[in-house]
Design a protein around this ligand. Structure first.
Ligand SMILES: O=P(O)(O)OC[C@H]1O[C@@H](O)[C@H](O)[C@@H](O)[C@@H]1O
Length: 280
């Protein structure tokens, strides 16, 4: 059965919702989750009003999928190439209190020209009351092993990032990419206001994004061994032409990632990584 799509800013999207009112929208381009609105009408993801929707560029906001490379750590385009191509909408199932959308991507000649491996990627977006779970599954469909990095690069919407705190990383090993400095995190709650770009060794427990308006719990699979926290701050925000100058104030990226030790996947083997967001 084919999946019904609609058009959002010129691009095909899949929309689904629960009887209680929670809803979600996913672009086929990049299998990019663009919106998650809870039943109280609150949008939980940040999507830049200046994001490019040209069917080629990475979309600024929502949940970009970074794969098979993180950032510039390799010879591929920044954050890999799957956020720049159209995925296939496989299915949307709504049953009772849950809705699940599945999108997939297979290697093709254009991808093999820059990364000569056979793979299948699948993104499962599961919506439940007050929660969203995004799971990326990678299969090696080729005849030799290959390795990759990955990140679910979620842009969480915040009312004012300077009034928010991110709890749960105290005691975690941190690489501060802005200062190129490694240390153990001492802060009970991270605070934001200038450029923040750090890779943390993932703690065992969930993180909490605490705002005056409420708290979002963020958890991730053990297979995602790092958590990236990114906010461009006012100076970098002004330089990014697909983000308004004050965009930094309304977003915080908390990314479930696999970076420092890449995954080595044997032929026929499978890997999965997920992030779950829960409004508490
Ligand atoms: O602008 P892009 O390619 O989407 O990347 C945004 C940011 O993504 C974060 O994951 C990185 O830690 C940052 O260094 C990077 O700037």
């Amino acid at each position: 059965m084919s999946v019904q799509t609609s058009i959002f800013r010129g691009q095909p999207v899949v929309r689904f919702s629960l009887p209680g009112g929670d809803s979600c929208m996913v672009a086929l381009h990049g299998a990019h989750v663009l919106s998650w609105i809870t039943a109280d009408g609150v949008e939980r993801l940040y999507l830049s009003p200046d994001a490019r929707f040209d069917g080629q560029s990475a979309i600024r906001g929502g949940v970009p999928i970074c794969w098979p490379q993180f950032n510039m750590r390799g010879s591929l385009p920044k954050h890999g190439f799957v956020r720049n191509v159209a995925w296939h909408a496989e299915s949307v199932e709504v049953n009772g209190k849950h809705a699940i959308a599945t999108l997939s991507l297979h290697d093709d000649a254009a991808m093999r020209a820059i990364w000569p491996h056979s793979f299948r990627a699948r993104l499962v977006v599961a919506l439940a009351p007050h929660s969203l779970r995004i799971a990326l599954t990678i299969d090696n469909t080729g005849s030799g092993p290959w390795s990759f990095a990955a990140a679910l690069h979620s842009y969480l919407r915040v009312d004012d990032v300077t009034a928010a705190g991110l709890e749960g990383l105290q005691g975690a090993n941190r690489w501060d990419a802005v200062r190129d400095d490694r240390h153990v995190e001492v802060a009970q709650a991270l605070r934001f206001g200038s450029e923040f770009d750090s890779v943390y060794a993932s703690p065992a427990g969930p993180l909490r994004l605490v705002q005056p308006s409420g708290t979002l719990e963020i958890s991730q699979s053990a297979s995602c061994t790092e958590t990236v926290v990114w906010n461009p701050g006012p100076v970098l925000s002004a330089k990014l032409d697909d983000l308004p100058d004050d965009g930094w104030r309304h977003m915080l990226c908390v990314e479930a990632a696999r970076i420092d030790e890449s995954v080595l996947l044997a032929p026929g083997a499978q890997w999965q990584g997920w992030q779950q967001l829960t409004v508490s």
